[in-house]
Structure formats: structure tokens, C-alpha cells
Ligand binder design. Structure first.
Ligand SMILES: Nc1ncnc2c1ncn2[C@@H]1O[C@H](COP(=O)(O)OP(=O)(O)OP(=O)(O)O)[C@@H](O)[C@H]1O
Length: 603
């Protein structure tokens, strides 16, 4: 009994306001998005947030779901079982966003299984978690497409309705006490939409609290909601039982002139469109619809004002009084909400392995990409032919050019593949972190290590071709030292790519910055310019091309030539240390940038 009580969640919001600061070229102004919204929703109820486009539904939903944290812009109070929002709520809240943020190459079953493994409490075994994923698939009627990939803009996968159900499944899998949904039915046919709303009703009946925004529900859908918040231009026009809304508007003199769907009538009211609506006689003169746009807008404003005031005077006070009454809740139930402890579904290591496997599955299609393999092998073959069995003993046949190219090639590619890593996954990362699915460090490690195996196989292939075709120094020692040098260069260059991607989180900006950086590093690499002016010579110490080039020269020419093309051959320790510092330093920078990234809707 106590567990059921602990799971229940009463959500109350009183006089909620929200404004944004809009910065223009010359001035800064404030815009009110929500003006004093009050309401409450109890376990077992579905609350619908309705209103025209731009009326503030999504903002209110984000705010109630704890996903807007600019407290200076927030006013009023939102409580969960009489307690303010705390991080421990993240694991009890399910939030289905308007856009389906899912991995396109995972199948429906894989998506839900990974969500179950990461999000369900650690008290459950792996088998129990997997079973929960299968139960959700059945609950949502997704059996037929469970082995189909989700798909996205470039790959065909499940249908829009199925994708929406997977998004909902991703959230209900944790059995949340509070479920928020942003337009779960938009873009779906009325039967599928009805099915989804019926499902929400069933979820609520199981003791959960459900809040959903809805655009234009059919009348069948409309009658499924228990409570309704109607917004117009950020103000509250109605909060109460959905079944009583028509009676309320009739009591303030607004009735539909034609037989119409109640939702359509309400949206007309909220939009200030009074063409098919009878209005009270005192308003009739003021809101006489004219032809001009300014006149229409004025009429909409007056009507909106009338509705806001009517609600304020007739209902708001009564509702607020009800909300002020203390909730008869056990202290333990309240404490559970206010506990600052975050609950992870899996240990760090489990999170790492799950995310590692998920990463490999998601990218399996381009993991062994023949295109990349062909690109590397053909470049290696061309290089091998150009430097075919070149003579290393005389300065004429010097392979410095080849060695420098190797340092540039393996410094260039890893940067450009790594910069996309985080920007590409930004939406998913932001969504999953908002739900506290895993620790950022586990994600970071999994994401940066899951690509390593392939990234280290390709240079082996490359060197096997080039090394022997070009006739570089024979022997296992030099060959393996060359390979280790190239590995170090790749891992350092990847670090730079990750850091640029994570700090900018924008592919265009990242590509621009990366090309400038890579070019600078290449020029400072010691092959093109030897006498760099002192004031800028520090730049080459930051260049992984420079260190790699010096190490490659050392492996080939140590004990034979002390200086090659102006580059001195020395112990190599400095270069190795510099590369190792880059491997970790750039990654640390990337991790810090990700930590500072704003989460979804600012949460
Ligand atoms: N950060 C912001 N900066 C500027 N304007 C904002 C910001 N957030 C919201 N708005 C404005 O607030 C209003 C309400 O936005 P919101 O997304 O909540 O509307 P909505 O009712 O969900 O609309 P829709 O049904 O079209 O999704 C809009 O006019 C929007 O432009």
C-alpha cells in the first residue's frame, strides 16, 4: 500500500508566470509567455493543455516537467506532492517530446531494451529489465514492427505512429509517476490518435498522473480527458473538468452557433475568432468584426481580455482556494520527492558497457564501411607506387615527404570524423541526460572508445601496404614503432576533433574551425617551413603533425642522419609526452564542454 502511495504524484501549479528576454540589435525587451496559470492534476487523471499555436502550451509543459530552469524568468509555484522540484524527480518523470528523438538504426526492440537496461532501478535483474521491454512492446501493440529499425530522414523505418508509440514506450518503461507528453497525436490519423489517448487513459487509471498538450483533438478524443487547461496568448481561459467546459463558457455567454466539435469551439474562442460564436450582448458592439487586419486584431484582444477576466472573477479564486488546502499526504511520500539523491538504474560500469554496445549497434552500418576501407587502401597503394622501393641511404631518395604525408593524413582524417561525434548525438544526449539515464562520464567513455577499434584497424592496413611498397626500414622494431606513432597521432587528433565538436556543438562551425586548425598544424609541422619566427614558433609544439613527423623520422633515420631537412632528430621523449598530453588534454576539454552543455529546453 505504501509503495503505491509513494508512487503517486499530485502536481499543483499556482500563478505560474514565465517571461523571456529578447535581445535586439539596439534594445532588450521582455516578453511574457505565461501569465499566472493555476491548476492541479491528481493521480488517475489526464490533464490536457489546449490552446492555439504559440499560446504557451509547450512552455507550460516544460515548466511543469522541470525542464525550464531559468529561475529568474519564472514566477509562481509548482509543487509535486507539496514539495518543490528536485533532481530525484527525474527518475519518476517521463517526458515525451514533440519530436521523436530516437536512434534511427536501432530496432524498436533494441531501443526499448536499452532504455529498460539504463533506466529501470538497479534492484531488477537484467532479465527482468529485458522482460519489461517486451511487456511494453506488447502494451503498445508494437509486436509486428519490433525488429524493424526506427528510421529517420535518410533511412526508411517504422511509421510515424509507431515511432511515436516507441517514444512513449521509452518513457512509460520506467513506470513514471508523472508522464508529460508534447503533442503525442500530431500528424497521426484519428484512429491512431484515439488509440494513443486511450493508452494514456489506461496509464492514468493505473494511478499515474498524465499531462499532455494537444492541438486539435477530435470530439471523441476530447471526451477522454479528465481535466483541461485552455490557454490563449499565454493567459488562462479555463481550468477545470473537461466535461464542464462547455457549460462554463455558456455561463459567460459564449455558445457555438453551429453544431461543432467542442475542441474546435474552444480554439476559436482562444484565437478570438468569433465568427460562429455567440458573444454576450455587452461585448457585441466592441468586438464587431471589421475587414481591416488592425480591427480584427483589436477585436481579438478585447475578446481575449473578456475571457481572461471572466475566468479570474468567476473561477480562479475558487480554484486557488482549493489548491491552498493542505494535501493529506504522508511525510514519507513528501520526503521521497524532496530527496536530493539521484537514482541511477545501473552502475557506472554497466552504463558504460550498455552504451558501448548501443553505440556499436547504432553505427554498425558504417562501421565496416567499404568506402572508408577502399579510401585508405587506395591512398596507401598510390603512395607505395609513388615512393616505390625508394632509396633511404642517399638524401636524394629521402622519404621525408612520405613520412610527413603519413603524419598529415593520419592527423587529418581522425579530426574530421571525430568532430561529428557529439553534435550528431546532441538531441539524444540532451534528452537522455534530462532524464538522468546515465552519467555523462560513462557516455563519454563509451562514445569515445566504441569507434577506436576500427580507427586502429585502418592504419594497420595502410601501413602494411605503404611500408613494404615504399621500402621503409626493414625489421619488426621499426615497423611497430611506426605503427605506434601513427596510433598516437590518430588518438591525439581524434581528441582535438572531439573537443572542437563538443565545444561548438554545431557541425558547420566545427568544420570551419577544424579546417583552420588542421591547416595551421600541418603548416607548422616542420616540413614546409623550417625557420619559423620566434614569436610564432610555439605553435608547432601544439601540432600533432610536428611531433608525429619527428618521431617517424627518428624511427627511420636514427643513427644515420642527425638533421633531416632542418628537423633535428633527438631522443623522442618530448614528442611522445606531447602526444600523450594531447590524447588526454583534448578529451578533458571535450568532456568539460559537454558538461557545460545546456540540456533540453534548458533543463
Ligand atoms: N526562448 C524564447 N524566446 C522567445 N520567444 C519564446 C521563447 N520560448 C517561447 N517563446 C514564444 O512563446 C510563445 C509560446 O511558445 P510555445 O512553444 O509554448 O507555444 P505552443 O502553444 O506550444 O505552440 P505550438 O502549438 O505551435 O507548438 C510563442 O510565441 C514563442 O514564440
Amino acid at each position: 500500500m505504501l509503495t503505491i502511495l509513494m508512487e503517486m504524484m499530485i502536481l499543483q501549479f499556482t500563478d505560474v508566470t514565465y517571461k523571456v528576454v529578447i535581445k535586439g540589435m539596439t534594445s532588450t525587451r521582455e516578453k511574457d509567455i505565461l501569465n499566472g496559470i493555476t491548476g492541479c492534476v491528481n493521480p488517475g487523471e489526464v490533464l490536457a493543455l489546449m490552446g492555439p499555436s504559440g499560446s504557451g502550451k509547450t512552455t507550460l509543459l516544460n515548466l511543469l516537467g522541470g525542464r525550464l530552469n531559468q529561475s529568474s524568468n519564472l514566477g509562481g509555484s509548482v509543487t509535486y506532492n507539496d514539495q518543490p522540484y528536485s533532481k530525484s524527480l527525474k527518475s519518476r518523470i517521463g517526458f515525451v517530446t514533440q519530436d521523436d528523438v530516437l536512434f534511427p538504426h536501432l530496432t524498436v526492440r533494441e531501443t526499448l531494451t536499452y532504455a529498460a537496461l539504463l533506466r529501470l532501478p538497479s534492484s531488477l535483474t537484467r532479465e527482468e529489465k529485458t522482460k519489461r521491454a517486451i511487456d511494453v512492446i506488447q502494451e503498445l501493440g508494437l509486436e509486428r514492427c519490433q525488429d524493424t529499425i526506427i528510421g529517420g530522414s535518410f533511412v526508411r523505418g517504422v511509421s510515424g505512429g509507431e515511432r511515436k508509440r516507441v517514444s512513449i514506450g521509452n518513457e512509460i518503461i520506467i513506470n513514471p509517476s508523472l508522464l508529460f507528453l508534447d503533442e503525442p497525436t500530431s500528424g497521426l490519423d484519428s484512429t491512431t490518435a484515439l488509440r494513443i489517448v486511450q493508452m494514456l487513459q489506461e496509464i492514468a487509471e493505473a494511478g499515474k498522473t498524465v499531462i499532455t498538450t494537444i492541438h486539435q483533438p477530435s470530439s471523441r478524443l476530447f471526451h477522454k480527458f479528465d481535466k483541461l487547461v485552455l490557454l490563449g496568448k499565454g493567459s488562462l481561459l479555463y481550468f477545470g473538468k473537461a466535461s464542464e467546459v462547455m457549460a462554463y463558457f455558456s455561463s459567460i455567454g459564449c455558445n457555438p452557433l453551429l453544431a461543432m466539435n467542442p475542441a474546435e469551439f474552444l480554439l476559436d474562442l482562444a484565437n478570438g475568432n468569433i465568427n460562429d460564436v455567440s458573444v454576450p450582448s455587452e461585448l457585441e458592439d466592441k468586438v464587431h468584426v471589421g475587414n481591416g487586419e488592425a480591427e480584427t486584431r483589436n477585436c481579438e484582444c478585447i475578446f481575449n481580455q473578456y475571457l481572461v477576466e471572466a475566468y479570474e472573477t468567476r473561477v480562479a479564486k475558487r480554484e486557488k482556494k482549493k489548491l491552498l488546502a493542505p494535501i493529506p499526504l504522508d511525510e514519507e511520500v513528501k520526503l521521497k520527492v524532496s530527496s536530493p539523491k539521484r537514482l541511477w538504474g545501473a552502475t557506472w560500469w554497466e552504463q558504460y558497457t550498455i552504451l558501448y554496445c548501443r553505440g556499436i549497434k547504432e553505427r554498425r552500418h558504417d562501421y565496416f564501411s567499404w568506402l572508408r576501407i577502399t579510401q585508405v587502401v587506395s591512398t596507401a597503394t598510390i603512395l607505395g607506387l609513388l615512393w616505390w622501393q625508394s632509396d633511404t641511404s642517399s638524401p636524394k631518395g629521402l622519404q621525408a615527404g612520405l613520412l610527413f604525408f603519413i603524419a598529415v593524413f593520419w592527423g587529418f582524417f581522425p579530426v574530421f570524423t571525430a568532430i561529428f561525434t557529439f553534435p550528431q548525438e546532441r538531441a539524444v544526449l540532451s534528452k537522455e541526460r534530462s532524464a538522468d539515464m546515465y552519467r555523462l562520464s560513462a557516455y563519454f567513455m563509451a562514445r569515445t572508445t566504441s569507434d577506436l577499434p576500427l580507427d586502429l584497424v585502418l592504419p594497420v592496413l595502410f601501413l602494411l601496404v605503404v611500408y613494404f611498397m615504399a621500402g621503409l626500414k626493414m625489421g619488426a622494431g621499426p615497423f611497430f614503432l611506426t605503427m605506434i606513432t601513427v596510433f598516437l597521432c590518430i588518438v591525439a587528433a581524434q581528441g582535438l576533433g572531439l573537443a572542437i565538436g563538443a565545444s561548438l556543438m554545431d557541425m558547420k562551425k566545427a568544420t570551419t574551425l577544424a579546417s583552420v586548425t588542421v591547416m595551421t598544424f600541418m603548416l607548422a609541422g616542420g616540413f614546409f617551413v623550417n625557420r619559423i619566427p620566434v614569436f610564432i614558433s610555439w605553435i608547432r609544439y601544439m601540432s600533432f603533425n610536428y611531433h608525429t613527423y619527428k618521431l617517424l623520422l627518428k624511427v627511420q633515420y636514427e643513427h644515420r642522419m642527425p638533421v633531416i631537412g632542418g628537423t633535428r632528430i633527438d631522443s623522442g621523449l618530448e614528442e611522445v609526452c606531447a602526444l600523450v598530453a594531447m590524447v588526454f588534454g583534448y578529451r578533458l576539454l571535450a568532456y568539460i564542454s559537454l558538461r557545460m552543455m545546456k540540456l533540453q529546453s534548458g533543463a
